[in-house]
Design a protein around this ligand. Structure first.
Ligand code: 0L1
Ligand code: MG
Length: 262
């Protein structure tokens, strides 16, 4: 680690203020170029502590940058992870208040809830199959706290991977007998198709993302407890949304979810 505790806490306070005040900031690595991934996750943890202290509740975990194309574009070999909050939940069919965000974008995801603890290192997709109780159609709202999306990987990790909101469908499905890599996903904005993809866009299979999360957490001495909700990462590209938009996403065999922006 390159940063001391005091700097880590100051940077977390800065990111929290940017989020609550909808006031974007420059990327934090401009001032701390030696900041490494351990520092970045320490800032994210500090952000979680700050938010928990004012009553924000952790609802689950998320993976980000899980599409190979997006990783290649960023020149990284590994996705990133963060947390989602109960306050960030939008009920199925609900609305997002545009004024609460800086530049909100929406991406289609598959979410899972685990039924047994998952631990790395060495966690494999087979372990995940045995430990996932339900899969859900989902979407994530991302909102970078960095001005003009000018960020790098450590900055995004510190900013809790741009997490800003999420929705899952009301009805979960068993993963048994379901080919999650071949689930077709169609995203529409205001009735027009804006993105299509299949589950394989997420690391070849959305459950690979859960295995990778367990292995990433193991490096920090953490596990995925039973009963954890996990957003496995964007299946489609993230699309910009604005007041008056409606986004609907069809997940083959899992149902449709929709969100209104007002
Ligand atoms: O959920 C994610 O894939 C993280 C995206 C972080 C970067 C961004 O704001 O686009
Ligand atoms: Mg995402």
């Amino acid at each position: 680690m390159a940063l001391d505790r005091e700097i880590i806490e100051k940077l977390a306070i800065r990111l929290d203020a940017a989020q609550t005040g909808r006031a974007p900031i420059g990327k934090i690595t401009d001032d701390h170029p030696l900041m490494d991934w351990a520092d970045a996750y320490a800032i994210q943890d500090s952000l979680k502590t700050i938010q928990s202290a004012r009553g924000v509740e952790i609802a689950g975990l998320k993976m980000g940058f899980t599409s190979r194309a997006k990783m290649a574009q960023m020149g990284v070999k590994e996705p990133i992870n963060g947390f989602i909050t109960r306050q960030g939940r939008v009920p199925q069919g609900g609305s997002l208040h545009r004024a609460k965000f800086i530049n909100p974008r929406i991406e289609a995801e598959i979410a899972v809830v685990t039924s047994a603890e998952l631990k790395g290192p060495g966690c494999h997709i087979g372990d995940v199959f045995r430990s996932v109780a339900h899969v859900f159609p989902a979407l994530e709202v991302i909102d970078s706290r960095y001005r003009d999306f000018a960020f790098d990987l450590p900055s995004v990790i510190a900013d809790n991977t741009s997490a800003a909101g999420w929705m899952i469908g009301d009805d979960g499905a068993s993963p048994i007998g379901r080919d999650l890599k071949n689930i077709g996903v169609v995203m529409r904005k205001n009735g027009q198709v804006v993105a299509t993809a299949s589950g394989a866009a997420v690391l070849g299979h959305p459950l690979n993302s859960v295995a990778m999360l367990a292995n990433m957490l193991a490096r920090r001495g953490l596990t995925i407890p039973a009963g954890t909700l996990i957003l496995t990462g964007g299946i489609t590209a993230a699309i910009m949304v604005d007041t008056g938009d409606r986004v609907a996403i069809d997940f083959q065999g899992l149902g449709t979810i929709g969100i209104n922006i007002h």
